[in-house]
Ligand binder design. Sequence first.
Ligand code: GAL
Length: 829
Amino acid sequence: MNVLKLNTLLLIINFTFLCVSCKSETNKNEAIKDSDFNKEWLFKKDSIVNAETINFDDSNWQQVNLPHDWSIEGPFDSKYNARTGGLPVHGIGWYRKHFTIEKELQGKQVAIEFDGAMSNAKVYLNGKYIGERPYGYIGFEFDLTKHINFGGNNVIAVRLAPEDLSMRWYAGAGIYRNVRLKINNAVHIPQWGTYITTPKVENGNAEVNIETTIKNSSNSTVNALLETVIKDENGTVVATKTSKTNVQANSESVVSTISQISNVTLWGINASYLYTAHSSIKIDNTIVDEYTTPFGVRTIEFNTKDGFLLNGKKVRFNGVCMHHDLGPLGAAVNYRATERQMQIMQSMGVNALRTSHNPPSPEMLQVCDKLGIVVIDEAFDEWKIGKVPNGYHKYFDEWHEKDLRDMIKRDRNHPSVIMWSIGNEILEQGKKDGWKLTKHLTDICHDQDNTRPTTIGFNYYPAPFVNKLANYVDIVGMNYWPTTYSKIIEENPEMIVYGSETSSQTSSRGIYHLPIEFKEKHETNHVSSYDVTVGPPWAYAPDIEFDAQTQSPNSLGEFVWTGFDYLGEPTPYGGRDNSTNGYWNDDWPSRSSYFAPVDLCGFPKDRYYLYQSQWTTKPMVHVLPHWNWEGEEGKLIPVYSYTNCDEVELFVNGKSYGKKVKGKDFTEIPSEYHHFEKGMYKTKYRLSWNVPYQPGSIKVVAYKNGKEAATKEIKTAGKPAKIKLEADRSIITANGEDLSFITITVLDENGNICPKANNLINFDIKGEGTLAAVGNGDQTSMASFRVPHRKAFSGKCLLVVKSTETAGTIHIKASSDNLESTSISIETK
Ligand code: GAL
């Protein structure tokens, strides 16, 4: 049971104003310190009658901490839809939490804030219905004050009812984002109560406009003093503003201030810099509320001549679309797992994210703010016309305006957010009067925030241009139509265009099928990593998009589908038609996507290096396939190399097979992009050789300006003999949330990676850590993510360990039959 003891903070002042907690709009640490309401919940997955009542017997319910995703625990089963991951994502689930609030807090405003609950949440306090929110991706807050039992026991109950056939991907299920209990004085800054813009940034100085909402829930008018102090990253005060205002009883008033920051440090790509606005409200010289808002100073501009300008400089999007799951960890939000995803993306050269197709977690935007990645914040995958029987269209009429406004209010202070996407492939784009809804949604965005443009990811051409729907968004995103960028601009010179979804190439890490073909399906349910077009009919090799972007210099860039493999939508296995309403289980056990250059565990596939060769400048070179072709001796094996240098030389067992020059030597790859002729595509982004297989090694040497700049070598491995453990971080925070990601690689006795190893690795975890998840990136594995063992897939698997709240050491031992065991320790501080 949680007891909210605020004795130390109780300052009884003649009126009932107390400073009970500092709230923070987006600063994770403060929010958790002051109002974390995630611990000690009880959970039961069942449709239970009267589970909201105070005296309901929940003694046999499961104890859980939030964020919690009930469906990731599995089991995978073909009775669930493979399209949503083959996991139990639907059904009724109840959460209850008992807590007390001290009597002295009588008179306070008590609210509960959910960053998101999946889905169809209904919230009850002490048996009383408080409110509901159908959309699982939206943050919401309910006022509990009226029904709180001050000085006694309280029970909050949340009923969730995610429906089958309500999503086109794995959404998770449960209270999967953070929850806070907020205790405020009658006068306070409410949820999302600040709006910060920086309209003028000139000569090293920035004008900072802050609109602060002050809410007065008391029955008398108050005279409030708002003080806003802006601090830089070192905590140095760079600006201070005070203003007085009268706030009428039971109403809100908005105070606008303008501050100046001189010698301003700008926020940029890979160059984050965040200021913090500390707002406090004083009444009669006593602080009654404090609120902090991190923000960045940057300018954004979109125009037909230069495209997208960040701080006055042209930036092209090397972007990815991402769904919100964290692979083997499921949908339950975790800051470190989110940060790791985006760090891996950044190492591939990514500078932009599209949060397909829903509002992201607050943590994702914090991460993008921190890493310097720009974001298209997307609201909806469906409007009024559904794509799946129980999709958002059922709720659109009643909820779209509130959901859209709330997304913008929550996210508008993030410097990373540069556009509001009002929809993905919405089916209204083909309708004659679809423009009306488009205009309506764009108007809502402009009304809520006039500093960012709106966009849509269109997948029809030319329909939305003929019916003029595309004229009602500010920026036109095209999904899988690289052939149209220039055409659209030519025909509509006022339009600004980019590739909102590109490629949809599929592959399985470390799997190569020879000869190279685009045969769609294999018995193993894997897809070859030679990365020639395999996917849905609209898919095409990344190379085609690279060419399209080069040929359309006015396009703002691209967003690859997707950055990470995600749970669900296992195209090309099991289903490929987005209009299919049924189950995608024809090719069971395929249960997760094949689309990304990085697998579900975050391990790069070969395609990761293809993007790196286009999107990064630090010299790199990559070579594929592996070099273990036992029984194929003497046969010709196609060898591909990806580089950002000028030329590459291939050596097999020390013998040169010659240099290939990037831009001069082409590779022909089979392509079946449906908007082109089916046939061979000549790509300049891959250098290739056909060499007779002989065991030993293949080595590529990349040259820049005639000098050796990067090399990579792959050796033929012998039998699996050892296990290698590598932790991404060997010191983590002892807060019960932080994670260390440990990569397990199977090696032969000489330390070479065994590219086909599938040994079962057992983990023994002791000390101040627990198992968070295991995985191996195999899209067909039915093994649980929550057990202390995992088979390697193409030589690798992943173990994720979580700290406890006690500082110490996590000892991890990995063992396997016939392999030498290995240990590793992680410190928690
Ligand atoms: C797009 C859709 C995405 C995903 C992708 C797979 O049409 O917007 O959500 O389904 O296809 O290729």
